[in-house]
Design a protein around this ligand. Structure first.
Ligand code: PLP
Length: 436
């Protein structure tokens, strides 16, 4: 009784005062929040009514080490007690930021060695667009300003990141995209070549892509695609930015997804799994070559920085989070459990008529819904119904219902074990059968 009164009070306060990100304002007023979570442990969350759910999405693809990690709470508390925060402007520094920058230099591929800190993925993107333009300007090519990204790519919600995002519904809140952002077909290297030829390589600063598109429906590149992209960028003197905000830190079964393709970007964007969501942090990693050129050519202050760039507490939590990922072999677990997840999807595909293509790379995956008669999408979206059935049965998933897709996507914590994968697959199967 007490608990239900508390819940009612919170729901009313939520409706009145809390504007939720990426949510339907009307639906929030009608039904209130579907869950008010109060606790998390491993891959499970508990809500205020006591209902326990399996988190098939690691929240927003980011709680890689799972919920309820006391080590991370202790790392934050220890650092806050000593020195919670000091700014990094004018080259002021702090030990966790220095150690984390050095650690990222060590674990990222090849000569990706110099780190600019942000507070999340959108900031990492906007920072990268400004840095690459600044770089070309310093090198005497100020006309190299254009950023090419891909259709179905997602890069965040700041004006620059929104403009690079290739999913048109996300453009609705800007009257126009920022100048000089172009989109090409997702996996077409011909489209990339054509775009460069049409615009002129001397006007293009960078090409950006996610190694595996996440929010655009978990789209995994065909063999050879990224090697060809790297070649095209080199031939045309265009920088290659890899947005590993989702795919970094083990999500795909390698520490960084570009390792699947043996391709090293010039700029690597990180966030999310860098702290497993325990605190806000993002990073932009540059190659040593670009860093050295920026130092040699710079003629004043680098006028770009966030108050929280190099936040001591966030960096201390990130260091502990990376220690957990290493100690518990979570990258290998992601690879192994990812295989099991994909096998589970395939079994469901054989059994359930409305399941189309299924795919996964490590612990990021997707199940497409199709009309078995036409082999196309149904006239109305089915995936939200699947997601609602999953929630009823105790599994959180997300859906992608734009750009012709009707897809359920998955990204469970990297600590997930065999029994928990079986549970996920069993609930998904029952939910699909219930809507079919
Ligand atoms: N880049 C990618 C690939 C993402 O998936 C996201 C968020 O989902 C972002 C950037 C934006 O990150 P944030 O929401 O932390 O600003």
């Amino acid at each position: 009784q007490v608990q239900s009164t508390l819940k009612d009070t919170l729901v009313e306060l939520d409706k009145k005062h809390f504007i939720h990100p990426t949510s339907s304002l009307k639906q929030q007023q009608e039904s209130g929040p579907p869950f008010i979570f109060t606790e998390g442990k491993g891959v499970y969350l508990t809500d205020i009514s006591g209902k326990k759910v399996l988190e098939g999405m690691s929240s927003l693809w980011n709680v890689n080490v799972g919920y309820g990690r006391k080590e991370l709470a202790e790392a934050a508390r220890d650092q806050m007690e000593k020195l919670a925060f000091t700014n990094s402007f004018s080259s002021f520094s702090n030990e966790p930021a220095i150690r984390l920058a050095a650690k990222l230099a060590e674990i990222t591929p090849c000569d990706l060695n110099a780190v600019f800190f942000t507070s999340g993925g959108s900031e990492s993107n906007d920072t990268a667009y400004k840095l690459v333009r600044h770089y070309w300007k310093l090198k005497g090519s100020p006309q190299k300003t254009k950023i090419i990204s891909r259709k179905k790519g997602y890069h965040g919600v700041n004006i620059g990141a929104t403009s690079a995002t290739g999913i048109s519904p996300f453009h609705q809140m800007t009257s126009s995209l920022a100048p000089d952002f172009l989109h090409v077909d997702t996996f077409s290297t011909d489209a990339l070549r054509d775009c460069i030829a049409k615009e002129g390589a001397d006007t293009i600063a960078a090409f950006i892509s996610e190694p595996v598109q996440g929010a655009g429906g978990v789209n995994i590149a065909p063999d050879g695609y990224f090697q060809e992209v790297r070649k095209i960028c080199d031939e045309n003197n265009i920088l290659f930015i890899a947005d590993e905000v989702i795919t970094g830190f083990g999500r795909t079964g390698k520490l960084f997804a570009c390792e699947h393709y043996n391709v090293v970007p010039d700029v690597l964007l990180l966030a999310k799994g860098i702290t497993s969501g325990y605190i806000q942090l993002g990073a932009v990693v540059l190659t040593e070559r670009i860093h050295k050129e920026l130092i040699a050519l710079s003629d004043g202050v680098l006028l770009h920085g966030y108050t929280y760039s190099g936040h001591a507490t966030a960096c201390a939590v990130a260091l502990k989070n990376l220690e957990i990922i290493e100690k518990e072999n979570l990258v290998e677990n992601s690879r192994l459990m990812g295989e099991k997840l994909l096998n589970g999807f395939k079994k469901i595909q054989a059994e359930v008529d409305i399941v189309g293509e299924v795919r996964a790379l490590g612990l990021i995956g997707a199940v497409e819904i199709i009309d078995p008669v036409t082999n196309n999408r149904f006239p109305t979206l089915i995936s939200p119904k699947v997601s609602a059935e999953c929630a009823k049965r105790g599994l959180i998933v997300r859906t992608v219902g734009f750009e012709g897709m009707d897809t359920v996507v998955f990204s469970p914590p990297l600590v997930i074990n065999k029994q928990e994968i079986d549970e996920l697959i069993s609930i998904l199967r029952d939910s699909l059968l219930a809507v079919q």
